[in-house]
Write a protein that binds this ligand. Structure first.
Ligand code: HEC
Length: 112
C-alpha cells in the first residue's frame, strides 16, 4: 500500500488540527452554554464605558436578594423599562436599599 505512509502523515496533521479545532469547539460550546445563564460582567459581556465592578456588585446583590421566592430571571428577558418597573415592584419584597436597587438594576440592564 503505497498510500499508507502519506495517509499516516495526513492523519497526524489532521489530528493536530482537530486538537485546535476541538479546543475552539469547546470554547464555543461553553460560551453558548453561558448564554443561558446569568452573564458575568467582563470586557467581553458589557460595553467599554460601563463599570465592570459596579455590575459585579449588582450581580452579587441580584443573586443574593432576588432568588429566595422565585428563580432568577435572565437579564435578557426584559427590556430596560420592564426591569425598572419590576425592580421597583420587587424592592420592597426583597427589602433592599435604594443603592442596592440601583446596582441590581444596573446589572440587569447591563449598565445601559
Ligand atoms: C419575597 C419574595 C420575592 C422576592 C425576594 C423577590 N421577588 Fe420577584 N416576584 C415575587 C412574586 C410573588 C412574583 C409574582 C408576580 C408579582 O407579584 O408581581 C415575582 C415576580 C417577579 C418578576 C416577573 C415580572 C413581574 O414584575 O411580575 C420579576 C422580573 C422579578 N420578580 C424580579 C425580582 C427581582 C429583581 C428581585 C430582587 C430585587 C425579586 N424579584 C425578589 C416575589 C419575590
Amino acid at each position: 500500500m503505497s498510500l499508507k505512509k502519506p495517509n499516516a502523515v495526513y492523519y497526524s496533521h489532521m489530528h493536530y488540527k482537530f486538537g485546535k479545532f476541538g479546543l475552539f469547539l469547546f470554547a464555543a460550546i461553553v460560551l453558548f452554554a453561558c448564554k443561558s445563564a446569568l452573564y458575568v460582567p467582563s470586557k467581553e459581556t458589557i460595553k467599554a464605558d460601563v463599570n465592570i465592578e459596579t455590575l459585579k456588585k449588582g450581580r452579587t446583590l441580584y443573586v443574593n436578594n432576588c432568588s429566595s421566592c422565585h428563580a432568577l430571571y435572565l437579564p435578557e428577558k426584559y427590556s430596560k423599562n420592564e426591569w425598572i418597573k419590576s425592580v421597583d415592584d420587587m424592592a420592597p419584597k426583597a427589602k433592599i436599599t435604594n443603592e442596592e436597587k440601583e446596582l441590581i438594576l444596573a446589572y440587569l440592564t447591563k449598565g445601559e
